[in-house]
Write a protein that binds this ligand. Structure first.
Ligand code: AMP
Length: 501
């Protein structure tokens, strides 16, 4: 039996000397190097007791070596388990206990602490420069490796969900979940070996790890690999790139950069955004400044990518486009599961080869989030419009129920965002003794704008039904966001929990 994912990668590799990863500090890895380095690391993994099916938990800074470790795990039949670099030892204790890895790879500074909670797992190190005990061990290993047999349904990775409601769950992703989705995206976004992807995303999350790197690998393209997002560094590299994948915050920050012009982006063919909603204003400002319409797509840890605006057709701001080829999407009544028609708001459900195999050691949660006909309940509320474009109106858990009425935060946010002097907003429900929840708006005002909370509230009066109007408006300098640029509404709900008490 072949190795489903790595055989596909190998079958599409360009000539060994072709560039795969270019690091701005000068280091470069060709496709031939990537094959040899991942072979050496695969040998080192096996030497460090990793058997097929074992989990390899990885909490390291972004480096080309870290990416080679991902490929090595795939080749060795291990399950790659990347962890957010922000997690503390207390949080790691939960992940290690839950995943029971055979090996933990971490930054040298954390090796001692992790050793104490490793529960018998081996511990190896890998630092931000891509060096450490794992790489030292790999250096003396052969540059060829007989890949371990893995079928389409075997696990390639477990990615823990961000866990804003309750404990993080491990999403089990198979070789074919990753392979099929990347193949679809290469085609849909027209990636070729001439592409150079500007890669400034973290690689512990599905966006930078699977969307970014697997699409590059399966098209024989190359990437400019930045350790993290930095607007100056991105602008400096833009003339050498053809595509960029970013979270909305990247685009907002780049719009603040004086160097962002048509000329500076003339070499680019495609800008892609996802992981959080891209404001329609950002989309328009970007088009005006650069002449490029950002392509917004929608995915999640559990499903890889589900929908995308078209490469050739109209990229509609505020929408996440059409279901990808092979992916079915529908909107259902959250209570009854009954399918709804075009333009009706409900729960977004998806089905396809991209959808994960379930939550690690959590059959109850898995069963609760799949319909009997195999559709996965995403937890996102939205609608499919008459033209087939999918719109996301927020997470189901962010739906506000006030006095028995449903309020979709996005609808209120869109009205607020349209007011002159407003940059963006987050609308949340706060506990209220009469209404159950009270609609509350947290608004970021443009620099220099004089708009105040009372004026914002007054401006909404004619625009929204009374029950949708915020009962309280807070004006702030910025919204709390996680590393993927998602607004942390749970943090806002905690911060303002006192408001109606
Ligand atoms: P994660 O599992 O961390 O990738 O988060 C997935 C969630 O991010 C989805 O369920 C959506 O709520 C949100 N998301 C991803 N892409 C988009 C997008 N383009 N627009 C709005 N929300 C998005």
């Amino acid at each position: 039996m072949p190795n489903h994912l790595f055989d596909l990668i190998r079958s599409r590799m360009p000539a060994p000397a072709s560039p795969f990863i270019t690091q701005p500090d000068g280091g470069a890895i060709s496709y031939g190097d990537a094959e040899a380095i991942s072979a050496r690391i695969a040998h080192a993994l096996v030497g460090a007791v990793v058997k097929p099916g074992d989990r390899v938990a990885v909490q390291v800074e972004k480096s080309a070596s870290a990416l080679m470790l991902y490929l090595a795990c795939v080749r060795a039949g291990a399950v790659f388990l990347p962890l957010n670099t922000a997690y503390t030892l207390a949080e790691l204790d939960y992940f290690i206990g839950d995943a029971e890895p055979a090996l933990v790879v971490c930054d040298p500074s954390k090796a001692e602490g992790i050793g104490a909670i490793a529960r018998g797992a081996a511990v190896e190190t890998l630092d931000a420069a891509g060096e450490g005990s794992l790489i030292t061990k790999a250096a003396s290993q052969p540059g060829r490796y007989a890949d371990v047999d893995r079928g389409p349904d075997d696990l390639a990775a477990i990615l823990y969900t961000s866990g804003t409601t309750g404990r993080s769950k491990g999403a089990m992703l198979s070789h074919d979940n990753l392979a099929s989705n990347a193949l679809t995206l290469v085609d849909y976004w027209r990636f070729t070996s001439s592409d150079v992807l500007l890669h400034a995303l973290p690689i512990f999350h599905t966006h930078g790890l699977f969307v970014g790197t697997n699409v590059v690998l399966l098209s024989g393209a190359s990437m400019l690999f930045l350790p993290k997002f930095d607007a100056d560094a991105v602008m400096a590299l833009m003339p050498r790139a053809t595509t960029m994948m970013g979270v909305p915050t990247f685009y907002v920050r780049l719009l603040d950069h004086p160097g962002l012009t048509r000329e500076a982006t003339a070499h680019m063919r495609l800008f892609i955004s996802g992981s959080a909603p891209l404001l329609a204003d950002t989309h328009r400002d970007w088009s005006q400044r650069t002449g490029h319409a950002i392509l917004e797509r929608y995915g999640m840890t559990e499903t890889n990518m589900n929908t995308s605006n078209p490469h050739d057709g109209e990229r509609v701001p505020g929408t996440v486009g059409f279901p990808l080829p092979g992916v079915s999407a529908r909107v259902t009544n959250p209570e009854t599961g009954e399918e709804l028609g075009a333009e009706e708001i409900g729960m977004i459900e998806v089905k396809g080869p991209n959808v994960f195999k379930g939550y690690w050691r959590n059959p109850e949660k898995t069963a609760a989030e799949f319909r009997p006909d195999g559709f996965f309940i995403t937890g996102d509320l939205g609608k499919i419009d008459a033209r087939g474009y999918v719109h996301i109106l927020g997470r189901g858990k962010d739906l506000i129920i006030t006095g028995g009425y449903n309020v979709y935060p996005k609808e209120v946010e869109s009205e607020i965002d349209a007011l002159p002097g407003v940059v963006e907003s987050a609308v949340i429900g706060l506990p209220h003794k009469d209404f159950g929840e009270a609609v509350t708006a947290v608004v970021v005002r443009a620099k220099g704008a004089a708009l105040n909370a009372a004026e914002i509230a007054a401006a909404l009066e004619g625009r929204l039904a009374k029950f949708k109007q915020p009962k309280r408006v807070f004006v702030v300098d910025e919204l709390p966001r996680n590393t993927m640029g998602k607004v942390q509404k749970n943090v806002l709900r905690e911060m303002y929990a006192w408001t109606f008490k």
